[in-house]
Design a protein around this ligand. Structure first.
Ligand code: SAM
Length: 216
């Protein structure tokens, strides 16, 4: 993960000049060209952890409907892949960094998926929206408390039969996060492991037993 001098990629409004650039990558045989900018996470290339997530987790397909979430979307690599793969789904791309959200909107327009990609800050997401899938390369560097708060906020918004797909570095606490989730009634399974990253799948137990909201 990278930070920029004097601030982090998760700054709400980066003060450095945007210095936009284009990056390219391939997922499931399709090429993507997206705009990124300084002050946004992994602006020079698709992040290695995100690449593992998009390679190892089962991507949605044309039959996927409902609303999906790219949590901590950055410039929107995951949202772009989800929305192009699942033309019948709506994708919320959520971040605290407003520069990142501007990039998501521009990238969605360039990919002709702007009608189904909603770039929003956390507070802009309607409170009653549930997600069929949550995808995230979560912000580990914000610290454990904030990370846990983020998951306590969004995992309860997984639809009853929904799944969250998370990628976390092995050295950044993937295994302890898996344990923390499972202990709170959100069974987290190691779906895959590659290049030092774990892909975790977290299912909503669907019986209201999960206690993320109550047990910090
Ligand atoms: C590890 S980066 C992943 C970015 C992007 N998904 C990617 O794969 O390139 C985590 C992102 O989470 C965002 N973030 C930090 N705190 C957040 C919060 N409370 N709610 C939503 N997003 C947050 C950061 O701004 C950053 O863009």
């Amino acid at each position: 993960m990278r930070s920029v001098i004097g601030e982090h990629y998760f700054s709400a409004e980066p003060s450095t000049p945007a210095a936009r650039r284009q990056i390219t990558f391939e997922v499931a045989g399709r090429g993507y060209r997206l705009s990124t900018a300084a002050g946004v996470f992994s602006a020079d290339r698709l992040d290695a952890g995100t690449a593992v997530l998009l390679r190892k987790a089962p991507l949605p397909g044309p039959g996927t409907t409902g609303t999906l979430l790219d949590l901590g979307c950055g410039y929107g690599a995951i949202a772009a892949v989800l929305a192009t793969r699942a033309p019948n789904a709506t994708v919320y791309a959520v971040d605290v960094n407003t520069r990142a959200l501007d990039l998501v909107r521009d990238n969605a327009t360039a990919l002709d998926i702007a009608d189904r990609v909603v770039a929003a800050t956390p507070d802009e997401v309607p409170a009653d929206t549930l997600f069929a899938q949550i995808w995230s390369n979560p912000p580990i560097r914000v610290g454990k408390e904030e990370l846990h708060a983020l998951l306590r906020r969004w995992l309860p918004r997984l639809a009853p039969d929904g799944t969250a797909w998370l990628v976390v570095g092995r050295h950044l606490g993937a295994d302890s996060l898996q344990e923390w989730l499972t202990e709170r009634g959100w069974p987290a399974v190691r779906h895959a492991s590659q290049k030092g990253f774990r892909v975790l799948s977290v299912r909503n137990p669907g019986d209201g037993s999960a206690g993320l909201a109550e047990n910090p």
